[in-house]
Ligand binder design. Structure first.
Ligand SMILES: [Zn+2]
Length: 279
C-alpha cells in the first residue's frame, strides 16, 4: 500500500504520521521523538524511522519557522537555528526519490483548516495560533494564495518592550506565551486575574483589526494552547474587535483540527501547487 508521510517538526517534539492519500485528512501517527537541535542528528532520526515505514509516495514537512522563498529550506527559526540554510528538501528528495514539500507550521495549519476544517467556505481567511509565539498565515482568493505572515512582529505604538526577535514594540511581547512567562516569572495557566486577559485581548484585538484592514481577511480560525486552555478568550477577543473595527467584519472561530492541523496541512502541501504558497 502506498504511504504518504507527514512530519511536524515542533520546537520540542517531532511527530510523524502516515496517510494512504494526500487528498484526505485521515492520518495515523506512527512515531514521536524529541526534536534534535542539531540538524544532522534530526536527519538521522528521520531516516531511521522512514526506513521502518517503507518507501514513501511523498513527504510533507511542517516546521516552526520561516521558509526560504523557494520553500526548500528554512530561513528563520529562532527555536532551531542549526536548521537555517540547510538543504532539507533536496536531501530528502535525493534519499527517498519522491516529492518532498516543506512549509511554515502556520501555513500548514491554514491549509488543513482551509481544506478540511473551519475555513472551507471562505476566500478571505486566516489561521492564528496563540501559543509560545503568536503566529498566523492568511489565505486570499480562489483558487487562492496561502501566505506566511509575521503577525506577532507587527509593532504596536507606545509599546516599549523588546521582543525576542530584537525589535521594540512587537505584538508578541504582549501575547506570546514564552515572552509573557519570562516577564511574569510564572506559567500563564496560573493566571486567573480577569484584568490580565482583558489586557491580553485588548492588544491582540489591535493586531487583528490591523490584519483585517491590511489584508481584507474576514474569517480567522484560532488555535494554540493559550486559546484551547481559556475558553472565554474567543468571545472576549471578538467583543474587543467588534468595538474597534469599523467598515469591515472579522469573525473568529475555533480551529477544528487541533494539534493534528500541522500534520494534515503538511500532507496537503503535496496537493498544493507551489505557486499557490507564498513562503
Ligand atoms: Zn518581534
Amino acid at each position: 500500500m502506498t504511504n504518504y508521510i507527514c512530519i511536524d517538526v515542533g520546537g520540542t517534539t517531532t511527530r510523524i504520521a502516515t496517510a494512504e492519500s494526500s487528498e484526505r485528512a485521515e492520518i495515523t501517527i506512527v512515531e514521536r521523538f524529541p526534536t534534535q537541535a542539531k540538524y544532522e542528528l534530526q536527519l538521522e532520526a528521520l531516516h531511521s524511522i522512514l526506513v521502518q515505514i517503507g518507501q514513501p509516495a511523498g513527504i510533507g514537512l511542517s516546521l516552526g519557522g520561516q521558509m526560504a522563498r523557494d520553500g526548500r529550506s528554512v530561513a528563520v527559526a529562532p527555536n532551531l537555528p542549526d536548521y537555517v540554510g540547510q538543504p532539507l528538501v533536496e536531501t530528502l528528495e535525493q534519499r527517498w526519490h519522491c516529492p518532498v514539500r516543506l512549509g511554515h507550521d502556520t501555513v500548514c495549519g491554514l491549509l488543513a483548516e482551509k481544506n478540511f476544517g473551519a475555513l472551507q467556505t471562505s476566500e478571505r481567511c486566516a489561521y492564528l495560533t496563540l501559543s509560545t509565539g503568536t503566529g498566523a498565515a492568511i489565505f486570499l482568493g480562489s483558487p487562492g494564495l496561502a501566505i506566511s505572515i509575521e503577525i506577532g512582529h507587527q509593532v504596536l505604538d507606545s509599546n516599549p518592550l523588546i521582543c525576542l526577535c530584537g525589535q521594540i514594540g512587537c505584538l508578541e511581547t504582549c501575547t506570546g506565551g514564552r515572552q509573557l512567562e519570562q516577564r511574569l516569572g510564572y506559567e500563564l495557566t496560573r493566571i486567573v486575574d480577569h484584568g490580565f486577559w482583558e489586557q491580553y485581548c485588548e492588544k491582540l484585538a489591535i493586531g487583528l483589526v490591523n490584519l483585517a484592514h491590511l489584508t481584507r481577511v474576514e474569517l480567522v480560525a484560532v488555535s494554540g494552547s493559550i486559546a484551547l486552555k481559556n475558553e472565554f478568550l474567543l468571545p472576549l477577543l471578538q467583543r474587543k474587535i467588534d468595538e474597534r473595527l469599523l467598515n469591515a467584519r472579522l469573525t473568529l472561530t475555533s480551529a477544528l483540527l487541533g494539534e493534528n492541523a500541522p500534520l494534515i496541512g503538511a500532507l496537503a502541501l503535496l496537493q498544493t501547487p507551489p505557486e499557490r504558497i507564498l513562503h
